[in-house]
Design a protein around this ligand. Sequence first.
Ligand SMILES: [Zn+2]
Length: 478
Amino acid sequence: MTPQSEDFSRWYIDTIKKADLMDYTPVRGCIVFKPDGYELWERIQQAMDKRFKETGHRNAYFPMLIPESFFEKEKEHVEGFSPELPWVTEAAGEKLEEKLALRPTSETMIGHMYSQWIQSYRDLPVLINQWANVFRWEKRTMPFLRTSEFLWQEGHTAHADEEEARHETLQMLEIYREVIEQELAIPVWMGQKTPSEKFAGAVDTYSVEAMMKDGKAVQAGTSHYLGDNFAKGFDIKFLDRDNKLKFVHTTSWGTSTRLIGSMIMVHGDDKGLVLPPRVAPTQVIMIPIGSGKKREIVLNKVDDFVTDLKREEVRVRTDVRDETPGWKFNEWEMRGVPIRVEIGPRDLENNQVIIARRDTGEKLTVPIDQLIETVKGLLNEIQTNMYNKALQFKAAHSHVHIDTLDELNKHVIKSEQDQVIAGWVLAGWCGDETCEAKVKEETSFTSRNIPFEPPLNKETCITCGQKAQHTVWFSRSY
Ligand SMILES: [Zn+2]
């Protein structure tokens, strides 16, 4: 496996392949989610879905094919998405009258349906989420982070007024923060996208941004206040209490299988994956050691432990394959399993087992009668430790005292020479898009978001030196 410090992208690809999370297919940019990769997604889904439902949303499913004419109804939307759309032009041997796009996102189809479902204020709000696949024909792909087809959820809501719709937009962003921080152990910055980075057709876009171990950012989730842009495009009107016909205010919000890639890039190390216990498909791997007659005694004891751990809802597996213990240790370390339990005949004689933590590499000797309690406690401790480690990393690579492009350039160039990662830069911005574009041209850093709670407020624009209107995170990104 390529070490992270040598080539981070290579390390990433090596790791996800060796850990058996995915495979490539003959269709460019389309991957298979193998069972361990898919189970990570299922656990993220469950954590999200539970919170969506607690806040009054329900799931529905809309078609994958969208008529071309739908895209014309919202000008910015069509401009934003048309370069990446794959089209269906033919079916049953005949050319279609109107070509159909494979959805890149479903605002248009859902907008069309909402216009028929919503008549009166009594029909509002509409709070729907969809779990689906979407397509964006990307030129450069990277498994989980950027693929031509990916899995996601997209929430689409309609409200009677702006205040309620804006509240919804931020509520869902907060849910994303909670799931990503609590379940995936990834600290994020919440904030607002600059106008040039917002969703095509949105009034305002908000994001949660995470820092990978190479210092680049991943936009981990977005939530959009769409105003009445789509309501006007699709004629979604309702008769209000005052007997006036009004356009609804809509929102949309999404997270995707990018979260899997982010989790790997935030926590992984040169031995492979390091998975947060809350989402790890296997939380504990049992490795029985020893051969011959004694092996049977060991296996019986291991079975007892497995039964007890399962009763406590711990996801546990036993590796009885005909391989050496050392080979198995490497294998399960590479797969990122949080806890390894080693049990041999001598351990049983001494009434103890050996526990190894994946996050710290630490080994502990634990009395047999304390194994179950120790494992349960450790799973929580590992989850917290992984979050804190990522938080420290993010703080150590966030630069808040760079005030000019020159300083940023020196910092970036220095980083490349020293093989030190560049990280994120907190910069003042005057609000002029040409200043934002110049940062990208000269440093390849792009604006991530305008954080709700910046660590400090910047006085001057990093590009022109004029008074700053906003304080913005800039970085390279995936
Ligand atoms: Zn400026």
